[in-house]
Design a protein around this ligand. Structure first.
Ligand code: AMP
Length: 279
């Protein structure tokens, strides 16, 4: 049975007992509304740790849009049933006051990799992410932490923070899980209208075609511009960014290099989609 813990003191006792018996603790931080993408992280955590904690916390500090925060899907009972079935030991689901008690005054801010793309379009987002992830690492005392490549930039921000602050945790990135039609799974996909949902997989198709044309030697600027035009023609809304960047530093690339990645954020109806693929 998955044990639900809401209080960090109780969590710390539990983890301390595990560690006394030599167990390696893995954590999977999430915001709930779980899908197979999250469950793939749980599976990796189970394979690479002795005990697994999944955290569910819809972190107000990382939402730059109050509408997005209030509409974020939440269903803890369903999530708990999935975690139980997946063999998770502890669901840590603190409330906002447990994570940010009165007087909370610290912000973790990672510069560099946080700045472009999501950083430009969601000001403050990565400060919220880095701060809450540092908190969750402190509260769970986990030795391994599992993050999805779906949020590629976030993964680089967390890696940078862990390196810079010598946090005693190994960060493990896990591949993006997609629907059968190619759409990257996301908790926000349930907010897509029926029509938008059927169109959404075109994003992954356009990315794949773009990657293929870059591999075939197309000019980077020209190929990116024509992919943007194609997305507009297919009926997608504003493209916030569609970039070719170095996978680790996230530096923009004018030419294809090893480890290059395409990253995109755009609007479809009132839902913001992000995706990324290696080239
Ligand atoms: P979220 O609940 O959206 O904050 O995501 C929690 C974790 O699950 C993050 O590390 C995400 O990158 C990861 N994740 C979300 N969607 C997917 C997906 N489709 N495939 C793999 N990992 C994912």
């Amino acid at each position: 049975m998955t044990l639900v813990i809401r209080n960090s003191a109780e969590l710390q006792d539990k983890v301390a007992a595990w560690k006394r018996s030599g167990m390696l603790v893995g954590v999977v931080p999430t915001m709930g509304a779980l899908h197979d993408g999250h469950l793939s992280l749980v599976k990796a955590a189970r394979a690479q740790s002795d005990r697994v904690i999944v955290t569910i916390f819809v972190n107000p500090m990382q939402f730059n849009n109050t509408d997005d925060l209030s509409k974020y899907p939440r269903d803890e009972a369903r999530d708990l049933a999935l975690l139980d079935e997946a063999g998770v030991d502890v669901l840590f689901a603190p409330d906002v006051a447990e994570v940010y008690p009165d007087g909370f005054s610290t912000t973790v801010s990672v510069s560099g990799v946080s700045a472009p793309m999501e950083g430009e379009h969601r000001p403050g987002h990565f400060d919220g992410v880095a701060t809450v992830v540092a908190k969750l690492f402190g509260m769970t005392q986990a030795g391994r932490a599992f993050f999805g490549e779906k949020d590629w930039q976030q993964l680089q921000v967390v890696r940078r923070m862990v390196r810079d602050l010598n946090l005693p945790v190994t960060v493990i990135g896990c591949p993006t899980i997609r629907e059968a039609d190619g759409l990257a799974m996301s908790s926000r996909n349930v907010r897509l209208s029926h029509e938008d949902r059927s169109m959404a997989p075109l994003l992954h198709q356009v990315l794949q075609e773009l990657a293929a044309s870059l591999r075939a030697g197309a000019d980077v600027g020209v190929a990116l511009a024509s992919a943007r035009a194609e997305l507009a023609a297919k009926g997608f809304g504003t493209v916030e960014y569609l970039d070719l960047r170095a996978g680790d530093s996230l530096a923009p690339l004018a030419q294809l290099e090893d480890n290059a990645r395409l990253l995109v954020a755009l609007w479809l109806g009132n839902v913001r989609l992000i995706d990324n693929i290696p080239v």
